[in-house]
Design a protein around this ligand. Structure first.
Ligand SMILES: Nc1ncnc2c1ncn2[C@@H]1O[C@H](COP(=O)(O)OP(=O)(O)OP(=O)(O)O)[C@@H](O)[C@H]1O
Length: 324
């Protein structure tokens, strides 16, 4: 592990028990995040992105069948930590999560200031006045007038509510903030202003981010690195420039070709077929059925080949070109 590594995730699994069987939503995922780095977890709907966030933040539904792996944050092993210690020392303190549509989950009858100071009051035991002063500081940081501390959520626009939710995530000065589709419920202009805000916060605060999205355009705004998920697994991790300019995995290549571009002559190509069910994913490479380059070897589960220090690809085409 490099000294610049903040978070290291190894072989993470989150499986759910359902009446139809076990859903392998996160199935052997490994990656790392450096200090002050933004890692974008990209993937189509249902590939396990939110489940990954839930496993890291330990906000799990009742029907978990298995959660396992190794997660290290700044040298502290998190998976073996008791729930009590995790809630006291990690959750909302060192790692925050902005959940999908959380701007609509603010309590409508409590003033936003009171909601933003909650982690400071409840988890860190700060007195009210000190917590309110800190909330005012964070409001300024995220571009919300401090007058709004006294307002109720419904008095605020969607964009302002999203900034309040970000303030809530940042108020304890966490080392890592996980954002699950933070702009999907907003109009395009507000989306752009939130992405600009995130870029500024990253620069000013030195925080690390994991941004979860299905949208390639959004991901390219903030990403230092990209992890592409497919059917519960990461198929490629690469520096953003490498990923966007020269994607390595056949799925990454097709995904990039499917994105419309302004000055493009050719029409964007849709990827034929559907991802496999996570109930009983097929043996071998999960993308093989849709892959134009598949060959016999793909019947076996591919290794996650390391092409260089920062790039790994789960595809047999790279066998012999990188370390497993
Ligand atoms: N509590 C649960 N019980 C059973 N299956 C679940 C549960 N939560 C999620 N799933 C399933 O796990 C798989 C991954 O879901 P997840 O929400 O993590 O994907 P996602 O990539 O975040 O998709 P989206 O962007 O649509 O939320 C899906 O097949 C989903 O139906």
């Amino acid at each position: 592990m490099s000294e610049r590594t903040l978070l290291e995730v190894e072989d993470l699994h989150l499986h759910y028990q359902t009446r139809r069987g076990v859903v392998r939503a996160v199935d052997g995922v490994s990656f790392d995040v450096r200090h002050n780095e933004a890692l974008v977890v990209l993937g189509e709907s249902g590939c396990g992105k939110s489940s990954l966030a839930k496993a890291l933040m330990r906000v799990l539904p009742r029907n978990v069948h298995q959660v396992s792996g190794r997660v290290t944050l700044g040298g502290t092993e998190l998976m073996s930590m008791s729930d009590e210690r995790f809630r006291r020392d990690v959750q909302w303190v060192r790692v925050s999560l902005v959940m999908q549509a959380s701007m609509n989950a603010l309590n409508p009858v409590v003033r936003v200031g009171e909601q933003v100071v909650e982690p400071l009051r409840v988890l860190l035991g700060w007195p009210r006045a000190r917590a309110m002063a800190r909330a005012a500081e964070v409001f300024e940081r995220v571009g919300v007038s401090t007058d709004f501390l006294q307002r109720y959520p419904l008095e605020l626009s969607g964009g302002m509510r999203q900034r309040v939710v970000l303030a809530m995530a940042l108020v304890t000065e966490p080392e890592l903030v996980i954002l699950d589709e933070p702009t999907s419920a907003l109009d395009v202009l507000t989306q752009a202003s939130i992405m600009n805000l995130l870029k500024r916060l990253k620069r000013e605060l030195g925080t690390s981010f994991i941004l979860i999205t299905h949208d390639v355009a959004t991901s390219s705004e903030l990403a230092d690195r990209v992890a592409l998920m497919y059917a519960g697994q990461i198929v490629e991790v690469a520096n953003a420039a490498q990923f966007f300019d020269a994607p390595a995995h056949p799925y990454s290549q097709l995904l990039m070709a499917s994105v419309p571009r302004l000055h493009q002559q050719q029409r964007p190509e849709a990827i034929p077929g559907q991802p496999p069910s996570l109930l009983e994913p097929p043996p071998g490479c999960r993308f093989a059925e849709r892959c134009p380059s598949h060959f016999e070897r793909c019947a076996k589960d591919p290794e996650f080949f390391r092409l260089d220090d920062r790039r790994r690809v789960r595809c047999w085409l790279y066998e012999g070109r990188g370390e497993p």
